[in-house]
Write a protein that binds this ligand. Sequence first.
Ligand code: 13P
Length: 235
Amino acid sequence: MIFATNFKTNNTRAYTKEYIQTLKEFVLKNDIKDDIFVFPTFTSLDMFELPSNIRVGVQNAYPVQNGSYTGEIGLEQIDEFGLKTILIGHSERRVILKESQELIVEKFNYFKERGFEIIYCIGEPKEIRDEGVDSAMEYLWSEFDGIDIEYEKLIVAYEPIWAIGTGVSAKKEDIDEILSNLRAKIKVPLLYGGSVKSSNIQEIESIKDCDGVLVGSASWKIESFCEIIKNGIKG
Ligand code: 13P
């Protein structure tokens, strides 16, 4: 299983340091070999000494070395911390920050060319899901326009927008249906995200084509992220 935590706009620099240290101790003590990703805020980035299966990444970046892009960071700022992992296409960036597919593709190609591990997010809104699986798939495939789905360092995260931050995950059958449709064309690992927590992780990880989870709110405290990992690996 892959366990990823997206901090979004949460946690301080001081707490992130403590969080990552505790995570590291937990992983070493329990001899956990699963891949674990942490996406902190920009202000909490640092050089972390970690076992190779724990990777820190950025939630976003502008596809440039450096330049005049107020409020953004580029490769120079990521390189300073030796980071090689990035989250691209999260629905909060697509919807709230109005990021276009064109810009998303630009980011994807820029970081792909530089060998980054990319967690690429897709997800449909409720009204599309309500139209049925065909509409949902059409919407989701459109979010792959211009994206190289064969990139060897790609991980895809399916996060239905209506299940994010609601406390109510998508139903197992619904996730199963979407992931198996994706699996028909996509060979890289597939994650599910949307109200994953320690009480539903076992059900989610039992889904045939689910290779892991991308967790928001239930992972912002280290104790609950560890609980998710513990329940997830023993299932
Ligand atoms: P929640 O786990 O809070 O629903 O968020 C999911 C998510 O958006 C992770 O990227």
